[in-house]
Write a protein that binds this ligand. Sequence first.
Ligand code: G1P
Length: 293
Amino acid sequence: MQKITKVIMPVAGLGTRSLPASKNIPKEMLPVFNKPIIQYVVEEALEAELSNVVFVTGREKTVLEDHFDHHFPLEETLERAGKKALLGEVINAANMINLITVRQKERLGLGHAVLCAETIIHDNEAFGVMVGDDLILGEPSGMKQLIDVAQRENMPVIGVLEVAPEHVNKYGIVAGNTREDGIIEITDMVEKPAIGTAPSCMAIIGRYVLTSEIFKYLHDTKPGHGGEIQLTDALKAYALEHKMLAVPIKGIRFDAGDWVDYLTANLFFALKDTKIKPELLKRMEKLLQDYSA
Ligand code: G1P
């Protein structure tokens, strides 16, 4: 497998789970501590050297592109005010990635979103797919863990995490033969199975390394769960004819579309900032006292 540089990020979703906050702001732009969610995802991609980022975007999402571009009036103002650290952060976001955007004109599902980027990917090229709802903190980054396995084994891989049996209906679920190293050779996949019917508890967490061959399967995929063209269904069709691995990702995951996870992620990242950590901890202690009474 050649070096992987491109990553597809479907960002056209309406973000209904984050309403009303996401009514007029794309859910990807909601902040986790001091950065928008999408920047964490992009930074994870960069740790895996995926610097060609394809946003599969939709109406009212141009603000996402703007975040990764220069904002000269702001930069000049910060420069004049001598706010060097902030200026550095603002310029850093502008220089972070080579951004490519394609438009998903109808929201027909995650599989359809990936298919919209077909023309960007060359024949026989491997690429990443990252779903922006999942914030993953791994060492190395979640995406890097997958790319390492994909390149070593020369086949597509999907990132998974074990979830509780009562949560399987929120995810794509994979099943197969677990090797000694914990990696699963996929034999079955199902998108959001009803509780009690899932073939396992290994959930897809929005991180994939695929090859251009998947597009053929996506073209053939009929609407599935929720009437949408599901990436999981295309991956299953592929996995039944080829080899595909599921890699349990080592790290912490936050689902940014779940309010408890979202709020925990905010605290998690804020507590890494030594300037605000002492005061934040004090306030958290006070809240704990007040609310556990
Ligand atoms: C998508 C995928 C699902 C996966 C999930 C991870 O679902 O279809 O297989 O488990 O992302 O975040 P969505 O959350 O977009 O409904």
